[in-house]
Write a new protein. Structure first.
Length: 154
């Protein structure tokens, strides 16, 4: 009886091949005054943007661009720090049906990349003299589903 396993060449392949920082900035415009404030209850203005581009038939670049402005909640004129990062990776996506590409690029790729982005931002805050800045986990599935729903509604 013939072996019923699919040809190895036809199996889907998905993996992150290379991570890199495209752009990074950390600013603490009110240092050292900001360290003397007694109550540093932070308020965070947070912006996230996902981008992707096809590099060739099997490779795509996915990037997470984050801007976080951390303010003293009691004195919103007092900026503690501002961090901006565009963190990206090259992903190999072979033998994945075309109808799944959008979801893989908007959900699976950012899910793999985000923990590393989060660590870079956290370490920058510590190196800048602040407490660790731990961004909340992001539900990329909900973001994708909401974007799809909005697209249908418009």
């Amino acid at each position: 009886m013939a072996d019923q396993t699919p040809d190895q060449q036809d199996l889907p392949i998905f993996r992150m091949q290379k991570m890199f920082i495209k752009d990074f900035s950390f600013e603490s415009p009110n240092a050292p005054k900001v360290f003397l404030a007694r109550n540093q209850d932070p308020k965070v203005d947070f912006n996230l943007q996902l981008k992707n581009q096809k590099l060739d038939d099997d490779h795509s670049e996915v990037s997470i661009a984050i801007t976080a402005k951390v303010l003293d909640k009691n004195n919103e004129d007092s900026v503690m720090f501002i961090v901006e990062i565009e963190h990206a990776a090259v992903f190999l996506m072979k033998n994945i049906p075309q109808e799944h590409h959008a979801r893989v690029l908007a959900v699976d790729c950012p899910l793999m990349l985000f923990p590393f982005t989060r660590q870079i931002v956290c370490q920058a805050a510590v190196d800048g003299g602040f407490m660790p800045f731990l961004m909340e986990p992001i539900n990329f599935i909900a973001l994708y589903d909401n974007a799809q729903r909005q697209q249908k509604d418009s």
